[in-house]
Design a protein around this ligand. Structure first.
Ligand SMILES: NC(=O)c1ccc[n+]([C@@H]2O[C@H](COP(=O)([O-])OP(=O)(O)OC[C@H]3O[C@@H](n4cnc5c(N)ncnc54)[C@H](O)[C@@H]3O)[C@@H](O)[C@H]2O)c1
Length: 353
């Protein structure tokens, strides 16, 4: 019989609430404490989710010997220091994406993980969608052959998150490039088998965010935030050491034909192509001169993916299994995203370390 793992959540905003059904559903975890620098927010969260131990100081959670797992849900720039402190205090850590907003901070987190022997996982919830798990299994069985090119994008139309944790570099380190680029890029690399990136040519600019009126009817509403100092658009061409290539596009604000969000990934291999999230495989039979498409028939997801990732994490803690989303793979992702920013500044291709 497994023990019940005690969880402490840090940062009780929008995303923390999506993790709670997972902690409650796993059968082997229970959220016993929560921390937020905003006292009213943590008290409201405690009342809503029946969490008893409330604090505005994360050190209270680290000092608590009953807590086994820390769930880091703060804005990006606080992920690494809080996760490292938690692991040093003997806690396993699941941390929201991006694991940290630059490769150096992720390397520090990996070093802390290895020093302490704790489990560290990046909360990349798109990996836990049924369409993702089915496509990953299909690709791993060799269906596509060698994947030599990918096209991935996550494009929002008039949907910049108008909150300090996203639009101010001092809290987030960047805009959509690392906020949503991290989602589609993580998924793409995972499907491709996490090939080592070689170089990046990228742009990351704010093209629409400072236009009058642009913030009037989007997420959070209100006037143009004076503090908006991140990009609203990024694009890149990536080369991998195995010869594969990738074209990536992300934006929060783009005059694009979508209601809300357009998130797609096309993979092209030597045996077949594929589309996510449609779950389709594209082939040619040269002998019969026939092109045909196969669709994966997906069963309904049992649990919403933000919740499922928490269940998978605590199951890995309990069984001693490896991290369901290893930090090394997040380091690859962040090296590319960081390369986009470096390429924007340099105005040329960046060869990655
Ligand atoms: N996986 C996803 O789909 C997804 C979606 C949204 C956000 N996120 C990630 O989750 C994180 C939080 O995003 P959110 O939407 O919940 O933001 P949010 O603004 O809704 O909430 C963040 C909370 O953290 C608190 N906070 C800030 N600094 C803190 C600190 N040092 N210690 C304790 N609390 C602190 C804030 O007071 C706020 O309550 C970000 O890293 C973001 O990238 C992931």
């Amino acid at each position: 019989m497994s023990k019940t793992y005690k969880v402490g959540v840090i940062g009780v905003g929008g995303i923390a609430k999506t993790h709670m059904p997972g902690w409650n559903a796993s059968g082997i975890s229970e959220v016993v404490a929560a921390c937020d620098i905003d006292r009213a927010a943590v008290e409201k969260f405690g009342a809503e989710w029946k969490v008893p131990g409330l604090t505005t100081d994360a050190a209270d959670l680290f000092r608590n010997p009953d807590i086994d797992i820390i769930d880091v849900c703060t804005p990006n720039n606080y992920h690494a220091p809080l996760s490292i402190a938690a692991m040093e205090a003997g806690k396993h850590v699941i941390c929201e994406k991006p694991l940290a907003p630059n490769p150096t901070a992720i390397r520090d987190m990996i070093a802390a993980r290895d020093r302490t022997g704790k489990l560290l996982m990046t909360a990349q919830h798109f990996r836990f969608r049924g369409a993702s798990k089915a496509m990953k299994a299909e690709i791993d069985s060799g269906t596509l052959g060698d994947i030599y090119h990918a096209r991935s994008w996550m494009l929002r139309r008039a949907a910049a998150p108008n909150r300090p944790g996203f639009i101010m570099k001092k809290h987030s380190s960047g805009g959509p490039c690392i906020d949503i680029g991290v989602h589609i890029l993580d998924l793409t690399l995972w499907f491709m088998g996490n090939p080592e990136p070689h170089s990046v040519t990228g742009v990351a600019r704010a093209e629409l965010a400072h236009q009058p009126g642009v913030f009037t009817n989007i997420m959070g509403g209100g006037p143009i935030p004076q503090e908006f100092d991140v990009e609203d658009f990024a694009a890149a061409f990536v080369r991998f050491k195995n010869g594969a290539t990738l074209v990536l596009e992300v934006s929060w604000l783009l005059h694009h034909d979508t209601q809300g969000e357009d998130m797609q990934m096309w993979l092209y291999g030597t045996q077949a192509g594929s589309h996510w999230p449609k779950g389709e495989i594209y082939r040619s039979n040269y002998a019969t001169r026939q092109q045909y498409n196969c669709a994966l028939k997906l069963m309904a997801d049992t649990l919403e993916p933000h919740a499922l990732e928490c269940v998978e994490f605590v199951k890995a803690v309990d069984s001693g299994a490896p991290s369901p989303v290893p930090a090394e793979q997040s380091l690859q992702v962040m090296s590319i995203l960081d390369g986009i920013y470096r390429s924007q500044v340099a105005g040329k291709e960046i060869v990655l370390d």
